[in-house]
Design a protein around this ligand. Structure first.
Ligand code: NAP
Length: 239
């Protein structure tokens, strides 16, 4: 049987490169989309993946890249103030194959049902930093919110993986997750970036995550050890 094919949109970033490695490790045929100037960042994978250079909100580039793919893994980055994230998400929603699994990355600040509970500090920092970076025309967090609103409204087979604060380091294994920020299992608010990518790739084959927006945390973090699946007498929170 031919191997399954996945497209990684935003492949050249830190998260995207981990996603590539996990996808290759699992035997997927990989195509990637990244800005033309970032193609050299994929040199390590040059002989093993097909690269479509272009901005991730370029609809023609996305249309070509996702053709024939069983899954699309998209790094949603709110760069600039030209609807980059929402344009990227819309292109993927419009052109991915009908039955393909669509996995998107974002942060905890995205809420699917409004039931997440954020600390006062988190909300204040989000508001203040969001305003500053928008004024500098660097980042538009509201556009990432809009991107996710469109995904949540779609009947495509999507999963939006919401990352905690991230750190580098060796893999600790599949992160644990919860439906809502504020749940005790997430309290540590730290995940290895390599494991964020692992969760996204594993989600391709996990139908329980369809139409879910799991908020993840490292499985070796204190809150995961206290409240997660490995805690005594607890079977919840497995990703
Ligand atoms: N950083 C965190 O602490 C954190 C926490 C929670 C969730 N997340 C989520 O994790 C995902 C990855 O975030 P990351 O911080 O780890 O970054 P990352 O993986 O390095 O990804 C950044 C992406 O943005 C692109 N990019 C950078 N500058 C750009 C520009 N000016 N115009 C267009 N694209 C540009 C990069 O492409 P090039 O390679 O072309 O530059 C890359 O694809 C995001 O979905 C983010 O919301 C991050």
């Amino acid at each position: 049987m031919a191997s399954k094919k996945v497209c990684i949109v935003g492949a050249s970033g830190k998260l995207g490169r981990y996603v590539i490695q996990h996808a290759l490790d699992r035997g997927y045929e990989v195509v990637g989309v990244c800005r033309a100037e970032s193609v050299p960042k994929l040199d390590d994978f040059r002989d093993r993946i097909t690269v479509y250079p272009g901005r991730t909100n370029d609809r023609d580039v996305i249309k070509n890249a996702v053709a024939g793919c069983d899954g699309v893994l998209t790094v949603l980055a709110p760069w600039g103030v030209e609807d980059y994230a929402s344009g990227t998400a819309q292109a993927v929603l419009d052109f991915a194959e009908p039955d393909s699994r669509l996995i998107f990355s974002c942060g905890w600040h995205i809420t699917k049902d409004g039931k997440d509970q954020y600390s006062w500090l988190f909300l204040t920092l989000l508001k203040v930093i969001g305003k500053i970076v928008r004024l500098l025309r660097l980042v538009d967090i509201d556009d990432q919110v809009e991107a996710c609103r469109r995904i949540f409204a779609s009947d495509r087979l999507w999963t939006v993986v919401r990352g905690s604060d991230l750190e580098e380091g060796e893999s600790e294994g599949l992160p644990v997750w919860s439906e809502h920020v504020g749940d005790p299992i997430l309290k540590s608010n730290l995940t290895r970036r390599i494991d964020f990518a692992l969760f996204m790739v594993a989600a391709l084959e996990n139908d329980e995550l369809i139409h879910q927006a799991p908020a993840i945390v490292g499985r070796n973090s204190a809150s995961a050890r206290e409240h997660g699946p490995d805690a005594a007498g607890n079977a919840s929170g497995e990703g």
